[in-house]
Design a protein around this ligand. Structure first.
Ligand SMILES: Nc1ncnc2c1ncn2[C@@H]1O[C@H](COP(=O)(O)OP(=O)(O)OP(=O)(O)O)[C@@H](O)[C@H]1O
Ligand SMILES: O=C(O)C1=C[C@@H](O)[C@@H](O)[C@H](O)C1
Ligand SMILES: [Mg+2]
Length: 188
């Protein structure tokens, strides 16, 4: 059963947008919320980190180990180039997708981009026990999140058509905010 909010957003975004893209920091909930958003909008869901792993057959930390961050970023840009043109897709991106200007350009021009803006303290709570994020395997991961957030926040804002502020609310409440923002974006 599709809720009234999801049905309304579905009609409007289907008319206006090819690919709905979620951007934001590690732990913002792009994968968690994106999967549910896709289900509610009857769209296919792809996570760019998962797509890179499917193409290479190894995990994100292994790619960082073998090819370094530049190798991972090249693979990420290729996935963005390929998927951003697809119809009926919700695409959850990796936290660093906005670092490359070419990615920002492609996403901004081809897609409807939603920034999930979650404060560093909450990001830290969600990622502190996860070993799958190579950039956080440092002495002060909490400080790293803080500095990455401040470096990247302007880039997320530059690429986004819609900013959805998040906090300690549930994934469900984030989803409701996104659906509301999609309705508003499509009315204007
Ligand atoms: N709104 C939320 N409330 C509470 N926990 C959440 C929320 N959204 C996501 N989480 C949890 O936070 C963790 C990180 O979420 P998720 O993997 O979706 O983030 P991400 O934005 O995809 O991060 P990355 O850029 O590293 O892929 C997961 O354990 C998820 O269950
Ligand atoms: O924020 C980042 O730079 C990253 C986030 C993850 O989604 C992965 O793409 C990878 O761990 C790098
Ligand atoms: Mg993710």
């Amino acid at each position: 059963m599709v809720s009234a909010g999801a049905a309304k957003a579905d009609t409007l975004v289907t008319r206006l947008t090819p690919c709905i893209v979620l951007v934001g920091m590690m732990g913002a909930g792009k994968t968690t919320v994106g999967r549910e958003l896709a289900r509610r909008l009857h769209r296919r869901f792809v996570d760019s980190d998962h797509e890179i792993c499917a193409r290479t057959g190894v995990s994100v930390p292994v790619i960082f180990d073998v090819e370094g961050e530049p190798g991972f970023r090249r693979r990420e840009s290729q996935v963005i180039e390929d998927l951003s043109l697809e119809q009926d897709l919700v695409l959850a991106t990796g936290g660093g997708v906005v670092l490359a200007e070419e990615n920002r350009k492609v996403l901004r021009e081809r897609c409807l981009v939603i920034y999930l803006d979650v404060p560093p303290a909450v990001l830290w709570e969600r990622t502190r026990h996860d070993r799958n994020r190579p950039l956080l395997q440092v002495e002060d991961p909490r400080g790293r999140i803080e500095s990455l957030y401040h470096e990247r926040d302007p880039l997320y804002r530059a690429v986004a058509h819609v900013v959805v502020p998040g906090g300690r609310g549930s994934a469900k409440s984030m989803l409701r905010k996104i659906e509301k923002a999609l309705e508003l974006a499509c009315e204007n």
